[in-house]
Design a protein around this ligand. Structure first.
Ligand code: SAM
Length: 238
């Protein structure tokens, strides 16, 4: 159930939702979604499917990258008036490579209570099934699309921890090629459509996917896990 802060302000709940399988949601997330005054959703059509499935009738408003600046003040006003709000992203954990961070920062600056309802996020399942070291890793999210991309790749080449990237179907093949060009041959894992009907986990070496020996289906959503730089590999200054 939702809580009101002692100062009479509402609480901003950061609610994780499934990354594919509708059953991957916590009981607490469902309670919160049903009891807040409003759900700020990155994709209202997608969230509507989830709410319908669990018979939740809470009102929604859209909150995405292109309206976040315009929408934030009215959401803060609602919270200050004592109403609690849940923010959900398209899928997974809000704030992980999506616009929820903007709202969280604004709420924190206004001393509004912010509570996380933890749950699904795409990079954790990809990392743990990869077979690559999980004791230390670095989450890079999406590489810059154009400007700064090569510089980022050159920087990451020297990273010793396991590297986690998000990628779209449009760029997956190009990105694998660029990773091979910059990093050389490394072990990787490509997790496609996690928790969904057509989930696929490809494990192998970058060279196999870039020489035409193996093909990755260019459809759906991807997490790429790359082995970090090993001892003895050439160190290049950026
Ligand atoms: N907030 C989300 C999270 O907690 O993971 C990430 C949002 S980001 C805009 C979307 C990206 O997450 C996709 O492009 C893909 O890289 C990754 N992703 C989301 N769902 C996925 C899934 N079911 N399988 C593989 N990757 C997924």
């Amino acid at each position: 159930m939702t809580s009101e802060s002692p100062d009479g302000l509402g609480t901003l709940y950061i609610v994780s939702t499934p990354i594919g399988n509708l059953k991957d949601i916590t009981l607490r997330a469902l309670d919160i979604l049903a009891s807040v005054s409003l759900i700020a959703a990155e994709d209202t059509r997608k969230t509507a499917i989830l709410l319908r499935h669990y018979e939740i009738e809470t009102k929604m408003t859209s909150y995405f990258d292109f309206n976040k600046e315009k929408k934030t003040p009215s959401l803060l006003e609602r919270l200050k008036a004592g109403n609690s709000i849940a923010v959900v992203s398209d899928a997974g954990t809000p704030g992980i490579s999506d616009p929820a961070f903007y709202l969280v920062r604004a709420a924190v600056n206004e001393n509004i209570s912010v509570e996380a309802i933890p749950g699904a996020t795409a990079f954790v399942p990809a990392l743990i099934v990869s077979g690559l070291p999980t004791d230390r890793f670095v989450f890079e999210g999406f590489l810059p699309a154009k400007k700064g991309r090569q510089k980022r790749l050159n920087f990451l080449k020297n990273e010793r921890r396991t590297i986690v990237l998000y990628e779209s179907p449009k760029r997956i093949v190009k990105t694998l090629g660029q990773l091979f060009d910059v990093f050389g041959d490394r072990r990787i894992c490509i997790a496609r459509e996690l928790t969904k009907k057509f989930e696929e986990i490809y494990r192998g070496n970058l060279e196999e996917f870039c020489s035409g020996k193996r093909h990755v289906k260019q459809k759906g959503e991807f997490v790429i896990i790359i082995e970090g730089r090993k001892d003895g590999e050439e160190f290049e200054k950026n």
